[in-house]
Design a binder for this molecule. Structure first.
Ligand SMILES: Nc1ncnc2c1ncn2[C@@H]1O[C@H](COP(=O)(O)OP(=O)(O)OP(=O)(O)O)[C@@H](O)[C@H]1O
Ligand SMILES: O=C(O)C1=C[C@@H](O)[C@@H](O)[C@H](O)C1
Ligand SMILES: [Mg+2]
Length: 166
């Protein structure tokens, strides 16, 4: 059966926040692959990047996504860069993939300047722009439902997802 929804999108699009709310709304469990990776590694994402490197993080992430898609039937939020992995993209085919769209300004203000996100520590605005420009077509190609999140409260985003998946 697979997850009721798999949320993808850039950092700050609200995958974790909205995912948790959507799961509550649907009365199902919530799972976030960033948390799964942290549990597997026994340390925060930022420490994995610094101590083991991004490549190691991406390998742990691909395994976390594979496992979650196979065993989780609630709402699943992916890390922002999980879709960079080709095998992961293949595994997402046929799932209820929801792309949370966010504009650059809102993403910047949501992730904050003193970001704990390892890819956005240095010059977050320009890093986010680069990352969003490169990934937008990938997110779009995988999405079954796309929801704009700018100027919308998380609960309104949840409403749109529920409508889109109905
Ligand atoms: N629709 C929204 N409106 C206002 N603030 C939001 C909205 N969605 C999320 N936020 C806020 O933005 C911040 C980042 O959200 P969140 O951690 O859910 O993003 P994410 O997509 O999971 O990011 P990452 O890819 O880094 O895991 C949080 O502080 C959250 O409260
Ligand atoms: O967009 C990204 O590449 C990332 C997003 C976060 O969810 C984490 O998975 C990590 O900080 C990398
Ligand atoms: Mg998140």
């Amino acid at each position: 059966m697979g997850p009721r929804a798999v949320l993808i999108g850039a950092p700050g699009s609200g995958k974790s926040t909205v995912g948790r709310l959507l799961a509550e709304r649907l009365g199902v469990a919530f799972r976030d692959t960033d948390a799964d990776v942290e549990a597997a590694a026994g340390k925060p994402v930022s420490d994995i990047f610094v101590e083991d490197g991004e490549e190691r993080f991406r390998a742990l992430e691909a395994e976390a996504v594979r496992r979650a898609l196979a065993e989780h039937d609630g709402v699943l939020s992916l890390g922002g860069g999980a879709v960079l992995d080709e095998t992961t993209r293949g595994l997402l085919a046929g799932h209820r993939v929801v792309y949370l769209e966010v504009g650059l300004s809102q993403a910047v203000s949501r992730v904050g300047l003193g970001s704990a996100r390892p890819l956005l520590v240095f010059n977050p605005r320009s890093q986010l722009k680069k990352l969003m420009d490169a990934r937008r077509p990938v997110y779009e190609a995988l999405a079954v439902v796309t929801v704009a999140t700018d100027e919308r409260e998380p609960a309104e985003v949840v409403d749109e997802i529920v409508k889109g998946l109905a």
